[in-house]
Design a protein around this ligand. Structure first.
Ligand code: SAJ
Length: 436
């Protein structure tokens, strides 16, 4: 049963355990911020990654990615010695695994190779009394069935000698620091002692509530949250297509429907990207044959790049081999992350139609296709297609580059552009979910 933390109960299980030294495996978007927060809150943290380049970058006191607030924390904790980046696992009181869980696209299930390998790296350093925490997103029963046997290769027993918990991260990229500190956390131990130890540890920096449960429930809760969002976005995307048939402005309809106290329809768009929302529903459903709504929602969201392309095609009927400029390939606004971005599918489908593609994204450096400066990207273009809700697109004045374009068309798959600016310049405009 999920219960709020009770420190009375907690005292029955935990007797001032020493949890000062933490070894965090995986210095990515979650592991590194988590390591820095512990190091900033009275722990001695070793941050381990098998990628030597990442460790070198950290040793030079540079964040490998941008997230507000963490550069300063890295400077301070490296200087004070409370955070040390290393390539090898070291003895510790607590081992925290925050490595990626890739999606196996052929099998449509979680690929646990990094979690398994990280647990294997810990095993030689395990001592009686250690706590192991898995933060990586994992399918239900992974702690019990996959992690426990690996840790027991040490000769120690889970949970008698080693405590084990799942404590999924729930912070949103772009606002990681605020959400890691202020969001509620779910903590699920393999037994009560594991749960309480983990709660004690996270209470050093988490200001939100700690919800205590068992490991399998925690694994499922994390996947349910992201699946809820995926299904809700799919509903918005399906309603958009239905509204188009009725010539209804779906944005207005959703806004008014959401005034109802118990309705909260999400926002339609060109599809769902990132490493979480588009993937976690597959982790939840990989061993069940009872999922239908969840899988249909995945299909709807995956079909959105095609829907956007159909709309763009209808604007360019009379143009032979059009050149289109994609505005935004990041999977969402104001970040440079392109993991599983729906823009990639849109671009590949458009190329198959014989379109020439140019890309502008002020946040993205590296991508599967060249990312150009604004002027190059719009030169001789027949249509701009907005796929990401970057703030810069909201106030962009197209007057500055009208002259570079061959034809003045814009399709906005995020409903972010300032229509009056574009219409004033003579653009033919279309927005997803708003019929002509
Ligand atoms: N999107 C829509 N319509 C919406 C909301 C989002 O089309 O109404 C699209 C976005 O454009 C993006 C994708 O969905 O392509 C996912 O973006 P997101 O902002 O919904 O989520 P992520 O993947 O950045 O982060 C999610 C968060 N989960 C929830 O909000 C339930 C975050 O709290 C999790 O920590 C993160 O997944 C994770 O790591 O699991």
């Amino acid at each position: 049963m999920v219960k709020n933390i009770s420190w009375t109960n907690y005292n029955n299980f935990v007797d001032d355990e020493k949890m000062t030294n933490i070894c965090v495996l995986g210095m990515g978007y979650i592991g590194l911020p988590t390591a820095l927060l512990f190091a900033n809150n009275d722990h001695e943290v070793v941050g381990v990654d098998v990628n030597h380049r990442v460790i070198e970058t950290l040793k030079n006191e540079t964040m490998p990615f941008e997230e507000e607030g963490f550069q300063e924390m890295l400077d301070n904790t490296i200087k004070s010695g409370s955070f040390r980046p290393e390539t090898k696992v070291e003895d510790a009181d607590v081992f925290l695994v925050a490595v990626p869980t890739p999606f196996d696209t052929d099998l449509r299930m979680a690929d646990l190779k990094y979690v398994i390998s990280a647990c294997g790296m810990i095993t030689p350093n395990l001592r009686k009394g250690n706590l192991v925490i898995i933060e990586s997103t994992i399918p239900p029963k992974t702690c019990e069935k996959q992690v426990t046997p690996i840790l027991e290769e040490s000769g120690l027993k889970v949970p008698d000698d080693i405590s084990l918990s799942h404590c999924p991260e729930r912070a949103i990229p772009g606002n990681t620091l605020h959400e890691m500190v202020n969001n509620d956390r779910v903590i699920g131990g393999i037994d009560d002692r594991s749960t309480y130890l983990t709660a004690q540890l996270y209470s050093s920096f988490v200001k939100g509530n700690l919800h205590l449960t068992n490991s399998t429930t925690a694994e499922m809760i994390k996947l349910m949250e992201n699946t809820f969002r995926d299904v809700n976005i799919a509903l918005a995307n399906e309603l958009t297509q239905i509204a188009d048939d009725y010539d209804v402005n779906v944005w207005e309809a959703i806004e008014v429907a959401n005034k109802h106290p118990r309705v909260n329809i999400h926002t339609p768009g060109p599809g769902v990207g990132g490493h979480c929302i588009a993937i976690d529903p597959w982790f939840l459903t990989e061993t069940t044959n009872k999922a239908s709504l969840i899988l249909t929602s995945r299909q709807i969201n995956d079909s959105m790049p095609k829907y956007v392309l159909q709309q763009v095609k209808s604007m360019l009927n009379d143009v032979e081999k059009p050149t289109i400029t994609v505005f935004g390939v990041a999977y969402k606004g104001d970040i440079g992350d392109t993991r599983a971005t729906p823009a990639l599918k849109f671009i590949k489908l458009a190329e198959k139609e014989g379109y020439r593609i140019k890309i502008y994204d002020p946040f993205v450096g590296e991508f599967d296709y060249p990312v150009l400066g604004l002027e190059d990207a719009v030169e001789e273009s027949d249509c701009i297609v907005v796929l990401t809700d970057h703030s810069v697109f909201k106030e962009m004045n197209p007057g500055e580059f009208c002259g570079e374009m061959r034809r003045l068309n814009v399709f906005d798959a995020r409903n972010v552009i300032n229509l009056s600016f574009w219409m004033k310049c003579g653009y033919k405009t279309r927005i997803i979910g708003i019929s002509d």
